[in-house]
Design a protein around this ligand. Structure first.
Ligand code: F3S
Length: 382
């Protein structure tokens, strides 16, 4: 990959050892993926924040890098706990200590302490056609597919490197010619809310890292597209999808494979994730809830079972200010989520959710049981 004179000087250490390492990561990635050059980016979103997922090795890596400063707006993915209310969550003290070290290392680099997988709900909305370097899979999917921004699915270190340099290698979804549907799914039935998450999960398993195009969805709101993209990103490597007549980008390669989706495909996923009958908590907010989603839950809740709503701190603060009557069984958790928090240590054995992504990682990462139901059913549980 071509580097400008200035980029070569950074690689040679002109701006210090850490920026040289960051440039080395970007240059190596560019070489691997045949990028022609580095391009400027508007923002980054960095994954690998939770101590549960990165452990001591990740914590020490970030500590070593903490003297360098970011040069573009940079945000964190969810941490392993609500940074202010971790004691009420039941998070062990030792975990909390290490989690705070991770967040402090990033904050000292200039990364904003807005720990969310949905930064677009918390004021960071990239403009259509702009280049960004985001890493959380559902955020990448939403940015490419719904917002029309351009990002690859970065790893934590490459997103952090992009933060420090302000650039990313020009390949993959940064190139218009790569933003074309590669496999088509036809849906011939109406979808309810949960179906969007199920459909995404089904499609992701088959599409893997190809761009799926979907035909037959009559209407879909922002929240439903968010669920669809998160499901597809969890079961496959889908970083972008297109829905005919709904997403602004819709174009496909010639002669692509076409598959019909059946209602039974979606029912099979519900069964796959039904492995407990009684659960400890209902979890909403995977991906993180918007203010509108939180209000809708609070306005419609009938159940008295414990509910967690995961969201960005900015949204939690707005909810606490504007939504006066929050029932006692609802906990709004900021900075974290039900997947990257140490749920097992907190004593959770089974989680009920309306998100296939939450169910997928609860089983595969947290090793707890799951139950998948629609939001409406969960809000009316007796
Ligand atoms: Fe976000 Fe956690 Fe789900 S990071 S997408 S709420 S697994």
């Amino acid at each position: 990959m071509y580097l400008t004179k200035e980029e070569e000087r950074i690689l040679d250490g002109e701006l210090g050892n850490i920026k040289a390492k960051a440039m080395r990561i970007l240059a190596t990635l560019g070489d691997i993926f045949n990028a022609d050059k580095l391009i400027p980016i508007q923002s980054t979103q960095i994954s690998g924040i939770s101590y549960k997922t990165i452990g001591d090795a990740g914590m020490n890596f970030l500590k070593d890098w903490s003297d360098a400063s970011v040069v573009v707006e940079s945000r964190m993915n969810p941490a392993g706990m609500d940074l202010e209310n971790w004691k009420q969550m039941g998070v062990p003290k030792e975990f909390a200590k290490k989690q705070l070290r991770i967040v402090n290392a990033l904050t000292s680099m200039g990364v904003k302490k807005s720990c969310t997988c949905a930064p677009y709900e918390a004021g960071l909305v990239p403009e259509r056609g702009t280049h960004i370097a985001w890493s959380e899979s559902s955020a990448v999917s939403f940015a490419n597919s719904v917002l029309g921004a351009m990002t690859n699915r970065e790893g934590g270190p490459s997103a952090l490197s992009a933060s420090l340099i302000g650039k990313t290698p020009n390949y993959g979804y940064h190139l218009v010619e790569n933003r074309l549907g590669e496999i088509k799914f036809k849906v011939n039935f109406d979808l309810n809310d949960l179906d969007f998450s199920l459909l995404g999960y089904h499609i992701g398993k088959i599409a893997q890292n190809r761009i799926p195009v979907i035909e037959g969805i009559k209407k879909a709101n922002r929240e439903q597209l968010k669920s669809l993209g998160a499901g597809a990103a969890a079961s496959g490597g889908v970083g972008m999808f297109m829905v005919k007549h709904i997403t602004s980008e819709y174009s496909e390669r010639d002669n692509i494979e076409v598959l019909n989706v059946h209602q039974s495909d979606l029912e099979n996923i519900v069964n796959q994730f039904a492995n407990c009958s009684s659960y400890d908590v209902i979890a909403f907010g995977c991906p993180h809830s918007s203010f509108k989603e939180i209000k809708q839950i609070i306005d419609n809740v009938k159940t008295t079972k414990e509910i967690w709503i995961c969201t960005a701190r900015e949204i939690k603060e707005r909810a606490l200010k504007e939504l006066k009557l929050i029932p006692k069984n609802i906990k709004i958790l900021a900075d974290t989520c039900m997947v990257v928090a140490p749920v097992k240590e907190i004593g959770i054995d089974c989680i009920a959710t309306n998100s296939t992504k939450c169910a997928h990682y609860s089983q595969n990462l947290s090793r707890i049981k799951t139950l998948l139901k629609s939001k409406e059913d969960l809000l009316n549980e007796t």
